[in-house]
Ligand binder design. Structure first.
Ligand code: SF4
Length: 306
């Protein structure tokens, strides 16, 4: 048994049953890719790598939801409730009218009980958050922010295009409106020490976050980080060993506020997106450890502490 609050437990508390997220590509882009802040994106990013296949093949949001539910059902992940997960790129980066049309198409699907909207902290404003809060009067609505790091030096180094103060403002403004707030943090970014990463658990614990995803830094094909690494391999930190990562995550969770639900402890992208497969201990072809294996090892580590 995990000795932390899992996302599944969080959903059961909230919905009283099992919930499956259905990833939806709303056709958005992001200011770090369309030239507004930059054209090459955050250094670690290859947006395509994170989208399930059914998002790339289906058309409308309704079709994607239908296909997503079929996809999960085929894998015996049948749930009692489904929420639409606007995952790819920055899903509040469009005029309000566009957001309204995309979100409300998802919510009009008979199997969908709510929304999870993934976005950058600098892509929300009062008008958009007020609109999301109005939807939240009848539906589950969560905003998941790409935090990535709590340190401005790191955010500059990875070309994020906003500072940590922006993240704090967005999280607080979202929670103040009664919306559910989640975050996504990368462990192992260039320039961060183990102690700095652990201190992020304290920093995030002071914010009104309900859920958190942790990912190890991955070197993705087509990312700016891959280009930098090919130019100078020493510019990218060596990958964690499994032992290092499990130990780091266990220590991180030990310091994190215990009511923050943990949605993921490690990332997994298909091998075709890995720039250097030898750096990868989480592959989706079954030949390497998967995120659930990491979660099990972390739980074992935590259980030995109590
Ligand atoms: S990580 Fe998000 S914000 Fe950064 S380039 Fe990729 S889609 Fe844009």
């Amino acid at each position: 048994m995990p000795s932390y609050l899992t996302y599944a437990d969080y959903c059961r508390r909230l919905f009283g049953t099992t919930v499956q997220k259905i990833a939806v590509d709303g056709g958005f882009t992001c200011p770090n890719r369309d030239g507004t802040l930059g054209a090459t994106g955050c250094t670690f990013c290859n947006g395509e790598a994170f989208a399930p296949a059914y998002c790339r093949t289906a058309g409308s949001i309704t079709q994607q939801i239908d296909e997503g539910i079929r996809f999960h059902t085929r894998r015996h992940r049948k749930a009692s409730r489904y929420v639409a997960y606007f995952q790819a790129y920055s899903n509040t980066y469009a005029p309000l009218e566009v957001l309204r049309q995309r979100y409300e198409e998802a919510l009009s699907h008979p199997m969908i009980s709510g929304l999870v909207v993934s976005t950058r902290p600098d892509c929300v404003d009062d008008e958009k958050l007020d609109y999301l809060a109005s939807l939240a009067q009848q539906h589950y609505v969560a905003v998941e922010y790409g935090i990535e790091s709590c340190y401005d030096d790191t955010l500059r180094r990875i070309h994020r295009g906003h500072d940590f103060a922006c993240t704090v403002r967005a999280i607080r403004a979202t929670a103040t409106r009664g919306l559910h707030v989640g975050g996504h943090l990368i462990l192992g970014l260039p320039g961060e020490s183990r102690e700095q990463m652990l201190a992020e658990a304290d920093i995030l614990s002071a914010l009104p976050l309900e859920t958190l995803k942790l990912h190890q830094l991955q070197l993705l094909r087509g990312s700016e980080l891959e280009r930098l690494w090919r130019e100078d391999p020493a510019s990218v930190p060596p990958p964690f060993t499994v032992e290092e990562y499990v130990s780091l995550v266990a220590d991180f969770l030990h310091r994190l506020r215990p009511d923050i639900a943990i949605e993921r402890l490690a990332a997994e992208v298909p091998p075709r997106y890995q720039a250097d497969p030898s750096r990868c201990w989480c592959r989706d072809d079954g030949s390497h450890l998967r995120p659930e294996d990491i979660a099990r090892l972390v739980s074992q580590r935590l259980s030995h502490r109590v």
